[in-house]
Design a protein around this ligand. Structure first.
Ligand code: PGU
Length: 432
C-alpha cells in the first residue's frame, strides 16, 4: 500500500496573505530586497530588535536558580494576568478594584482572540460579530472557526483615506441588539486610521444604547502615540461606564516578544461605577451594595472557570517564559519606565519614517496626494496602491508588501526610503 495515498487528493493550500509575504521574500536572492509585509519592528539597520529591558529581564530569570519549568495553571501566570489587566484597563480601574475582571494568559493576540471567541460562542446569546471593513486578515478566520457568524461594518473610506464615521455609525446602529463588535483599540490594521476620542465616545454611547458587546483587539498599545496610557483610552472609556467588555492583548509588538507568543484575554463584567456612598444613597443600605459587589465578583469567577474549560482541551496551559519576562518588567517600576522609553523610541522611529517617505515622494513629484502617509497611525500605511502596482514593485524593485497596498513602516529605514519612493513613483506613473 502506498503510505502517502490517503492525503493524495488534497489540494495545495495558498500561502497566508501576510505571513506568506515573508516566505516569498526569503526566496528572493536580490541584495536590494525589502520586506514591508509582516508587521514586525526593525532597526535603522534593518535588523529585528530585542529590547534592552527584555534582555535584562531574561538575565534575571536565568540567574534565578529558584525558577523551575513546571506547568503553569490553565489560566497562566497569576502575576502576569493581574498586571496585564492593569496595563490595559488602567491601574485605578474600578472594574479591577471590584474584582469584576477575569484574565487569562493567551498565546499572544491571536490565541487570546480565539479563546475569547470560543467562550462567546459557547456562552453568549448573540453569535454575530461585526468586524471593521477592512481589518486584519486573520480576524474573519479566527471568529468563524470559533463558531461565530462574521459580518462587517463600514470603517474606511478610500476616497478620503480616512474614517467612514457616518457609515460606521449607520452599520452599528443597524446591528441586532446584543451583537458583538470587534474594535481595534488603537493603530487600526491595515488602515492606520483611528477614531478621535470624541468619535470613540459617540461609538460607546451608540453601542451601550443598543447593548452591543465590545471586543477590543489591542495588538499595538504604545505603538500609536508612544504612550501606553493614551493608546488604552478607548478601552478604558468602555470599562469605565460599567458595561461588559472583552480585551485581547498582545505583547508581540510593544515588547517585541513576537515569537514568545505572549498575550492575555480580559473579560470585564458589568458593575456599578459610582462610589459606594452615592449608591448607598440610592439603594438605601450598605448591605445591598456589598451584595451587588459580591455578586459581580462571583460572575468573574464563573467566567474564569468557563475560560479554563475552553483552554484545557486546546493547549492545556500556556508557556511560561514570555509571560515571566512581561511580569518581571511590569512589576518593577524602574524596568517599566525603561520599557516605556524603548517603546517610545520605536514609535518615534516609525513616525520619522512616515515623514521621510512623504518627503521623498514630494521631492520626486509623485502624482497624487500622499499626506495620508503622515496622517495614518501605528505600524502601517495603507498606501492606496492596487494589487497590480504592488506586483510591479515586487517584480521590478524586490519590495514585498501585502497585496492590499499595506506597508509596514517599521520595516523601513533611512537607507531604504529612497528605494521605496522610487518604486512607488514608478508604479504610480507607469501603472497609475
Ligand atoms: N490583531 C491585530 C490587529 C494584528 O495586527 C495582529 C498581528 C494580531 C492581532 C496578532 O498578533 P500576535 O502575534 O498573535 O500577537 N498582525 C501582524 C503580524 C503578522 C500576522 O498577521 O500575524 C500583521 O502583520 O498584520
Amino acid at each position: 500500500m502506498d503510505p502517502g495515498s490517503v492525503f493524495a487528493s488534497l489540494v495545495q493550500a495558498p500561502e497566508d496573505p501576510i505571513l506568506g509575504v515573508t516566505v516569498a521574500y526569503n526566496k528572493d536572492p536580490s541584495p536590494n530586497k525589502l520586506n514591508l509585509g509582516v508587521g514586525a519592528y526593525r532597526t535603522e539597520e534593518g535588523k529585528p530588535l530585542v529590547l534592552d529591558v527584555v534582555r535584562r529581564a531574561e538575565q534575571l530569570l536565568v540567574n534565578d536558580q529558584s525558577r523551575v519549568k513546571e506547568y503553569l495553571p490553565i489560566v497562566g501566570l497569576a502575576d502576569f494576568n493581574k498586571l496585564s489587566a492593569k496595563l490595559i484597563f488602567g491601574a485605578d480601574s474600578p472594574a479591577i478594584q471590584a474584582n469584576r475582571v477575569a484574565t487569562v494568559q493567551g498565546l499572544s493576540g491571536t490565541g487570546s482572540l480565539r479563546v475569547g471567541a470560543e467562550f462567546l460562542a459557547r456562552h453568549y446569546h448573540q453569535l454575530t460579530i461585526y468586524i471593521p471593513q477592512p481589518t486584519w486578515g486573520n480576524h474573519p478566520k479566527v471568529f468563524t472557526l470559533a463558531g461565530l457568524s462574521v459580518k462587517t461594518y463600514r470603517y474606511y473610506d478610500p476616497a478620503t483615506r480616512g474614517l467612514n464615521f457616518q457609515g460606521l455609525l449607520e452599520d452599528l446602529g443597524a446591528a441586532p441588539s446584543g451583537a458583538i463588535v470587534l474594535l481595534h483599540a488603537c493603530a487600526h490594521n491595515p488602515t492606520g486610521v483611528d477614531p478621535t476620542l470624541e468619535q470613540w465616545e459617540q461609538i460607546r454611547q451608540l453601542m451601550r444604547s443598543k447593548g452591543l458587546l465590545p471586543f477590543f483587539d489591542s495588538a499595538y498599545q504604545g505603538f500609536a502615540s508612544g504612550s501606553l496610557d493614551a493608546d488604552a483610552q478607548p478601552v478604558r472609556m468602555f470599562v469605565a461606564d460599567g458595561g461588559e467588555c472583552l480585551a485581547a492583548q498582545s505583547y508581540a509588538k510593544n515588547m517585541g516578544l513576537y515569537g514568545e507568543r505572549v498575550g492575555a484575554l480580559s473579560i470585564s463584567d458589568a458593575g456599578i461605577t459610582a462610589s459606594k456612598e452615592v449608591i448607598i444613597n440610592i439603594a438605601g443600605s450598605s448591605k445591598e451594595v456589598d451584595d451587588f459587589v459580591c455578586k459581580t465578583a462571583d460572575v468573574a469567577s464563573k467566567v474564569e472557570s468557563q475560560l479554563k474549560l475552553v483552554i484545557r482541551p486546546m493547549y492545556s496551559n500556556p508557556p511560561i517564559h514570555g509571560a515571566s519576562i512581561v511580569a518581571t518588567i511590569l512589576k518593577d517600576s524602574k524596568m517599566y519606565d525603561e520599557w516605556t522609553v524603548e517603546l517610545k523610541a520605536m514609535a518615534d522611529r516609525i513616525i520619522s519614517m512616515r515623514k521621510q517617505l512623504f518627503d521623498a515622494l514630494s521631492a520626486r513629484g509623485t502624482p497624487g496626494d500622499w499626506s495620508h502617509i503622515i496622517k495614518q497611525i501605528g505600524m502601517f500605511t495603507f498606501t492606496g496602491l492596487n494589487g497590480e502596482q504592488v506586483a510591479f514593485m515586487t517584480k521590478e524593485y524586490h519590495i514585498y508588501m501585502t497585496s492590499d497596498g499595506r506597508i509596514s513602516m517599521a520595516g523601513l529605514s533611512s537607507k531604504t526610503v529612497p528605494h521605496l519612493a522610487d518604486a512607488i513613483h514608478a508604479a504610480v506613473t507607469r501603472m497609475g
